[in-house]
Each structure stands twice: as C-alpha cells, then as structure tokens.
Design a protein around this ligand. Structure first.
Ligand SMILES: Cc1cc2nc3c(=O)[nH]c(=O)nc-3n(C[C@H](O)[C@H](O)[C@H](O)COP(=O)(O)OP(=O)(O)OC[C@H]3O[C@@H](n4cnc5c(N)ncnc54)[C@H](O)[C@@H]3O)c2cc1C
Length: 472
C-alpha cells in the first residue's frame, strides 16, 4: 500500500494499515513528518513548532494514535483554563465535583470577567444545547444552515458574552469568525468539550516539540516491512479509466501498489490527478468550494522570566493564547537566549486582519497586548521574535461546508482519501485528521474483505447530560 503525505492523516492511516498486517510505504514531500502539526529547527538552532498545537480531552482518536505510537506520555493535560482581561485581571474555569453538565457551574458563577446579565444569557444558551443532547433543532432556516453568530443572536446573547465567552472558545477551536462558522460546528464544540462529559474540556499540550511525537511511527510501519520516505514528493497519479494504476514521483520514478491513500491537503489533491478526472468527478471538482482560514503564530524570546502560568487566554486582545514554552518543555531552551530567559508562543486564529501586516507590526501589536497582562514584559528585553503566518491553516467550517467534504473511499478504484478536510464530522483539527486516517484504513480493509475497526467512539455522555443525550 502507498500512503502519500506524512501529516497526521497519512501517519494514522499508515500505522493502522501496518497494524492490520499490511506493508505500507509512506511518501512525504518534506524533510520531516507531521505536516501542519510539525516542528523544525530554526537557523539559530531553536527547535520550534510550526505553531503551538493543543488537544482536548474529547479528542479520543488523537489520544488513541499517540498511544499506538508511544507518545501519549509527551502530552500533559491541564484542568484549569486561565483567562486574562486587558486590565490584567484573571479568571479561571475548571471542573468541580458535580455531574455533567453542571461541573463547571461554580467556576462560571464566580468568573470575574463576565457580568450577571452575560452569565444568565450564556447559561440559558448552554442549557438549550445540553437539553437537546448537543442537537438543537434551530440550527437551520429555509435558506439552509445558519451561522453561529445568528444562533447566538437568536438566543439573545449580550455583546460581552459573545466577545468574552463564545468567540474566545470558538475562534480558537474552529479557526474561524462567528459569522462564518456553521452553527452545527460551534454547538458541537460546546457539547463535546464542555457539557456532555466532565473531562472533555481538559487542554492537552505537548511537553516536547511536535516532531518528537511521531518518532514511533517509523517503527510501527517498519515492523510490517513498510517504510517512511522523506523528501519523496509525488508528482501525480496514473489513472486508466476508473482505476488508479500507479504514482509518478518527483524524482521521475513510478511506483505501483494494491491501494493508494492520498493524505495531502485538499488544494493539492486535484493537482495530482489528471485534469479530465477532476473535471468529470464532482468529488474532486467540489474541493475548490472549501475555503481556508489563517492562523498566525508569534514566537518571542525574552531575556528574563516574564510569565508564571503555563498558558493564558487573552480577552479583548489581538493575541488570543500565550503559551509559556519554557515552562511547558521544562527544559532549558538555548539558542542565543540567556539561561534565565523565557520563550513564549502566541497564537492568533482566524487572523485575517494580520495577513497583510508586516512581521514587525504584528510583534509590536502582540507586545502591547502582553504588557497589559504580563507587566514584567515592560522591563524585559525582547531578544528575538519570529512570526509564522499560515494563510491556509485549516478549512473554514462555513455553513454548508460539509457537503463538499468527500468520504474516504474515492470514486476511483484503488484510491482512498485521508485528511482533516475529508468527511469526519469533525472540524479541521488533529483529531479530525486522525479520524480520517483511521476511516481510510477501515475503508481499505473493508474493500479487501477483512474489515477491522480503528475509529474510537466519543467520550460517553455522563450525569444529566447522559439522560439528555439519550432522549435527543
Ligand atoms: C498554525 C496552525 C495551528 C493549528 N493548531 C491546531 C491545534 O491547536 N489543535 C488542532 O487540533 N489542530 C490544529 N491545527 C490543525 C491541524 O494542524 C491539522 O488539522 C492537521 O495537522 C492536518 O493533518 P493532515 O494530515 O490532514 O494534513 P497535513 O498536516 O497538511 O499533511 C499533509 C502532508 O502531505 C504532504 N504533501 C503535500 N503534497 C505532497 C506530495 N505531492 N507528495 C508527498 N507529500 C505531500 C505535506 O508535506 C504534509 O506533510 C493547526 C493548524 C495550523 C496550520
């Protein structure tokens, strides 16, 4: 079997197929594995993630994948979410020993960065989601799916509740603005992460560079006689009639296999297929309807310790999340920075307004945000700063976008699709990518007449949420 693409979708399908006893050859264009969730070494010697990646307790398939490849112990879970307002005040959200969906109610009630009118509105909307088992009936109108913002307005949310609660969580979870998110996706985040279970919201952060999480993949694939080839780009598929008969590599060689998994981004796949195949198959042609949204990562190295918390969510700021990489790695990160220095990584999702800005402008904007919530920065020296703009970071979960997401079994015999953009029911995330990889492996094994399950179920609903999930 040949898997093209060494991101999480390609890796998870390759590992699953190898575990099912198949010889897999994985071809990755770049010199490292991980795709968008990768890390690399900067010219100055620092090993940095492409961008900080976090998982949540409800991401059951990503967790399963990390276990299979032996990297689950490199993910540390945090139960406490800390928010900071521009005036420096902090507020925390965490679970109390109460049944779902009431487990966060005490910290929500005492959360100092929202007023009572905001909280009442939020509680009403959350209850509507919980009582419907995560499936409210008012997610569409005669024109089709509605946006998350439209749903929130319908449920009479205050401006501050939208800005300081719904937007903060959903823009980072879905990498899109509320007026461009299909309400179905937004509701799903709250049901799976905050309402149906007590642990779904827990934030998992790697305590090592992302690249180290994939070390076990080569071994898992190699055990069944397969191999992982880096710097091995594929130029295109050879198609005869309705059948994929081979692939042409960028080095000019041609390879054949019984099955092919295309685990490349959605804008790359059509370019690998003959033009007439793309024109005749709506599955491939429709991929151009999936829009993408940007994420900007800002890496800052200071000459001293400026932050004590492991990570912070900023309210009413351009900067959305700040990760204290020095503390998260708990190792001394060098690279020209004094030993007592600190490395912070900032993340801004749906960063449309930053795309045209210069790197220095972005750093200046972020420093201004940070000075409000981390006053020690005013005295500190910024030793170095880097900005990574990913203009097509994820596909946009726009209303109706699901109709353009193809199943893992393609219309061409022998070709299966994996990628966060294929149909998984999940947004563009590491969890979505692993789900797609497992589903592609399952589809191949079914085609072979030897079906096997890899997809893990969602966390089961608990407490009161369990009753409501059953009724819905
Ligand atoms: C900046 C940023 C921040 C993010 N933050 C988070 C987060 O916090 N949490 C989260 O869950 N998700 C996050 N995501 C989303 C997550 O990274 C992706 O959903 C996931 O990694 C996609 O995996 P994939 O395998 O589907 O695609 P990709 O990772 O894009 O993998 C595709 C692979 O195919 C390779 N390839 C392309 N063309 C060829 C070719 N011709 N031949 C061979 N190989 C080829 C590419 O090099 C790449 O390795 C983030 C994404 C970005 C960009």
């Amino acid at each position: 079997m040949i898997v093209i693409g060494g991101g999480l979708a390609g890796l998870s399908s390759a590992v699953a197929l190898a575990e099912a006893g198949h010889r897999v050859r994985l071809l990755e264009k770049r010199p490292h594995l991980g795709g968008r969730a990768a890390s690399y070494v900067l010219p100055g010697g620092e090993h940095v993630d492409n961008c900080q990646h976090v998982t949540l307790g409800c991401c059951t398939n990503l967790d399963d994948f990390y276990r299979r490849v032996g990297s689950a112990d490199k993910i540390r879970f945090y139960d406490r979410l800390l928010f900071a307002a521009p005036d420096g005040r902090r507020g925390a959200m965490e679970a109390f020993p109460l049944p779902a969906p009431l487990h966060m109610a005490p910290s929500f009630a005492s959360f100092p960065l929202l007023g009572w009118a905001d909280k009442r509105a939020i509680a009403r909307a959350l209850l509507a989601i919980a009582r419907s088992g995560g499936r409210p009936t008012d997610l569409s109108n005669d024109a089709g799916s509605i946006t998350m913002l439209a749903w929130l307005r319908k449920h009479r949310q205050t401006e501050r509740a939208i800005r300081r609660f719904w937007e903060v969580i959903l823009v980072s979870a879905l990498d899109e603005q509320l007026d461009r998110i299909d309400a179905r996706y937004g509701i799903d985040v709250f049901w799976k992460a905050f309402l149906s279970t007590r642990g779904g919201y827990r934030v998992g952060i790697p305590c090592a560079p992302l690249g180290e999480l994939y070390d076990g993949c080569k071994e898992a694939i190699g055990q069944r006689g397969g191999e992982v080839l880096l710097r091995s780009g594929v130029r295109g598929f050879q198609v005869t009639g309705n059948q994929v008969t081979g692939i042409a590599r960028e080095d000019g060689s041609v390879e054949t296999a019984d099955y092919y998994v295309a685990a490349v981004p959605q804008d790359v796949l059509p370019a690998l297929l003959p033009a007439e195949v793309v024109e005749r198959e709506p599955v491939f042609l429709n991929l151009r309807n999936l829009r993408t949204s940007p994420i900007t990562g800002v890496h800052l190295w200071f000459d001293r310790i400026v932050m004590k918390e492991p990570f912070l969510t900023l309210l009413d700021s351009t900067t959305q999340w700040v990760f204290n990489k020095t503390q998260l790695y708990k190792t001394q990160l060098s690279g020209g920075v004094a030993p007592e220095g600190q490395y912070l990584q900032l993340v801004i999702s749906a960063s449309y307004s930053l795309v045209p800005r210069s790197r220095q402008e972005i750093i200046d904007l972020c420093l201004k945000d940070l000075q409000n919530v981390l006053p020690a920065i005013r005295e500190a020296k910024l030793v170095k700063g880097t900005v990574v703009k990913e203009t097509s970071a994820t596909f946009s979960p726009a209303p109706g976008s699901d109709q353009w997401r193809p199943a893992q079994k393609s219309p061409l015999a022998g070709l299966f699709l994996a990628g966060d953009w294929t149909f998984t029911g999940w947004p563009s995330t590491m969890e979505g990518a692993v789900r797609s990889g497992y589903l592609a492996a399952e589809a191949i094994l079914s085609d072979l007449g030897a079906p096997q399950k890899f997809l893990q179920p969602d966390l089961p609903a608990e407490g009161l949420a369990r009753l409501w999930a059953r009724e819905s």
